[in-house]
Design a protein. Structure first.
Length: 95
């Protein structure tokens, strides 16, 4: 799965599996908005559906993407647990 974290010109941060991309379109599926929540311990995050009233694949103009990046293991594991992907165990030192 090619999963990307993208910041859009609307200010939204989304996490999605990229189906294809070219100069005129980014096609993605299983798109989630990343929602940040301030807590006493810092900031936590959650997910909510993005574009849930449309068909499975979403197509956006690449000009609306400010940046895209590889998600952290924590984000990737949260996404994978929702869509049946492989969850990466935390790295620990074995002594």
């Amino acid at each position: 799965m090619d999963i990307k974290l993208m910041k859009l010109t609307t200010g939204e941060e989304i996490l999605a599996e990229i189906v294809s991309e070219n100069a005129s379109a980014v096609t993605m599926k299983n798109v989630l908005a990343v929602v940040l929540n301030p807590t006493r311990e810092g900031i936590s995050y959650g997910f909510m559906p993005w574009g849930s009233l449309t068909s499975d694949n979403k197509v956006i103009n690449p000009n609306t993407v400010i940046y895209d990046a590889e998600p952290s293991d924590d984000l990737r594991n949260g996404y994978a647990s929702m869509f049946g992907g492989v969850v990466i165990p935390p790295k620990t030192l074995i002594t």
